[in-house]
Design a protein around this ligand. Structure first.
Ligand SMILES: NC(=O)C1=CN([C@@H]2O[C@H](COP(=O)(O)OP(=O)(O)OC[C@H]3O[C@@H](n4cnc5c(N)ncnc54)[C@H](OP(=O)(O)O)[C@@H]3O)[C@@H](O)[C@H]2O)C=CC1
Ligand SMILES: O=C(CO)COP(=O)(O)O
Length: 326
């Protein structure tokens, strides 16, 4: 196995900065790439990223605007929003040596193409080796070095193990698997379901309703995941159930917070990324293509598109025919 010491993280947002910190803590030589030269210079000089205010950037991390330099790495992590990942990978691709592992870390499905993030890597950088990292992990927690566990998947087991050893530390514990699709379905679906969970909280429907919604949401996630070839143990693991529990219960989650605002009838904050809102239509298209029923995700997509009121969606869900659990 080739050396995996030099790590480049593309995207100097909250997640990219947190992952750069985790890789530095694991002892790697890290470059954090910001597409904007002024932002790169500012973060480099102040050692502070306004997207993670008050958490100093590890001194060893090089912050750069030079995409060619970022491509000269043993591992590249893509940490930009799902809908921007293709553009970021395409800009990187000409500078990437053949066979470089490229780890997707966005949680979403691409609009229009319905591609998962590793498929986007396959298309935009066919000479790279795709992998995916996902799981219950707020950027703020990871950046502060609080204990976190995630799942890291690559088709090749030996590569998944090597990537885990390269990026893992006592505080940041990746578990490896070859179930790439299972890992990416969990991350994409949980964001949509977290919006529904937030609506339940914003509408003050009670803790019992929140538990019911989260559990039925998990059934949807598993149904779609299995239909797409994911393994049930992955879907019940960190990147599926684990992340669903986190994002359906914590106002730290932007998706959950969006749901709370919607449930309260408030204006949703427009400066915060909600991957679930962007992924909802693509998730439903995927579900339809696989003949999988996802009533909760369907309600979220309809509410966001203005096709259904929140009260109408709640009424629809509560009056569905009684059925066997599963
Ligand atoms: N925040 C979190 O706790 C976690 C986030 N994630 C996932 O990580 C992904 C990114 O989220 P997050 O970091 O929070 O988002 P942020 O909004 O904090 O940051 C997004 C970053 O991506 C950059 N970017 C956007 N488009 C491009 C592009 N084409 N090329 C290069 N850089 C680009 C932005 O740069 P610019 O400033 O120039 O616009 C910005 O730095 C999402 O899919 C999210 O689900 C996963 C786990 C935890
Ligand atoms: O994915 C996350 C935690 O695992 C972050 O969730 P939000 O994007 O909803 O903030």
């Amino acid at each position: 196995m080739r050396s995996l010491n030099r790590v480049s993280v593309i995207g100097a947002g909250a997640w990219g900065t947190a992952l750069a910190g985790a890789a530095a803590r694991a002892g790697r030589q890290v470059t954090l790439h910001a597409r904007d030269a002024a932002i790169a210079a500012k973060i480099s000089a102040t050692r502070d990223n306004p997207r993670l205010p008050g958490i100093p950037l590890d001194r060893s991390i090089i912050v750069s605007h030079d995409i060619a330099a970022a491509g000269r790495a043993d591992i590249v992590v893509i940490a930009v929003p799902a809908q921007n990942s293709r553009a970021a990978i395409a800009a990187l691709a000409p500078h990437l040596p053949s066979g470089t592992p490229v780890i997707a870390s966005a949680k979403g499905i691409e609009h229009g193409t319905r591609r998962f993030m590793t498929e986007v890597i396959e298309e935009a950088a066919p000479h790279a080796v795709p992998a995916i990292l996902s799981g219950p992990s707020f950027a703020d927690d990871v950046a502060r070095g609080l204990p976190t566990a995630v799942t890291l998947a690559a088709k090749d087991d030996a590569l998944a193990v090597a990537l885990v050893h390269a990026l893992g530390s006592a505080a940041f514990r990746p578990y490896h698997t070859t179930d790439v699709r299972g890992v990416e379905i969990g991350g994409a679906a949980k964001n949509v379901l977290a919006i529904a969970a937030g609506i339940v909280v914003g509408k003050q429907l009670g803790a019992s309703a929140l538990a019911a919604l989260t559990t039925r949401g998990f059934s949807e996630l598993v149904r779609l995941g299995c239909a797409c070839g994911g393994r049930s143990e992955t879907l019940a693991g960190l990147s599926g159930l684990g992340d669903l529990i986190l994002t359906c219960s914590s106002p730290q989650s932007r998706n959950f917070s969006l749901g709370i605002a919607l449930g309260r009838g408030e204006q949703a904050p427009c400066d915060k990324l909600s991957e679930g809102a962007l992924t909802a239509p693509a998730l439903l298209e995927l579900a339809t293509a696989h003949d999988v029923e996802m009533p909760v995700a369907q309600a979220v997509a309809a509410i966001l598109a203005g096709r259904l009121t929140i009260d109408g969606a709640i009424d629809n869900l509560l009056t569905r025919p009684f059925r066997a659990e599963g």
